[in-house]
Design a protein around this ligand. Sequence first.
Ligand code: FA5
Length: 345
Amino acid sequence: MQERLKELQQEAIQKIEQSSSLKELNDIRVAYLGKKGPITEVLRGMGKLSAEERPVMGALANEVREAIATTLEAKQKDLEEAAVLEKLASESIDVTLPGRPVKVGNHHPLTRIIEEIEDLFIGMGYQVAEGPEVEQDYYNFEALNLPKGHPARDMQDSFYITEEILLRTHTSPVQARTMEKNQGKGPIKIICPGKVYRRDNDDATHSHQFMQIEGLVVGENIRMSDLKGTLEVFAKKMFGEDREIRLRPSFFPFTEPSVEMDISCMICGGHGCNVCKKTGWIEILGAGMVHPNVLEMAGYDSKKYTGFAFGMGPERIAMLKYGVDDIRHFYTNDVRFLKQFSKHE
Ligand code: FA5
């Protein structure tokens, strides 16, 4: 029996030393020290021993149990430590590895142009106004001196929603709305950027939805020379100090007199090229002195107050500034096109 116990001790310690997991170790514990284990079995047979042999055997059995338990404990500690070290190693971060590149977006070229124009006018004391894209016929046309049946309504083919409601064809209704809100009192100095809609066929220079930026200045003694000076500053800041401007007579029912502004071609410097169609000039915007009827309809005394207004298409301006040959590039969201503008960020 003594030998059997010694054998069991040796066998158990050998297995413990060879074990490589906590689960394996637990199985060994159950197998050797459990109630159904061989040591317990040996102890059960102690009844057959003499009274002298029994305490000697009991002491030996306890020694064997103790030895196995201590070895188990030591091995368990080793395995637990090894597990922690392995976890730390597997979760360690190599801070010297290069990071994953973060894709940085950039402003859409149109947003950039609009913000540039806004900043420029804000710097001259203008405020930014907004108006609805789904507009009443009254503000889009009638309040702008374009009564129903006026032939000039055909200049802007419209998307009507009902007889009286349409998608605005220009940002000029914001002029009428702002003047009306002011109830005929006090000066106004606003720009209004926004989307507009026309039943135009899409091509390289036309879109059925595009942006406009409106400008309106109302006050006492506002003159055509103020309009010209303002537009000249705008053109030079936008396209370069050596740009020249010229105003050509034009027609808009809401301004009198009306003009179109050209700038000297930035490609050929005014000598004539394909971009300016050999004229040396490029058309940029429409403008004029606010028609007295428009002032009166909005409640302003046209004898006391005068004003000027202008309206431009930022897509066309962006096309000229960035050398873009098709307006549709701005709307198709091709990243190869958009990425080219990130360097301006
Ligand atoms: C107007 O819309 C007037 N409301 C501008 C104005 C305001 C005149 C205040 C006087 C006083 P026009 O229809 O010319 O004008 O349009 C102005 C600009 O919008 C054009 O110069 C052009 O740059 C742009 N534009 C017009 N139609 C389109 C289109 N289909 N696609 C892209 N841009 C367009």
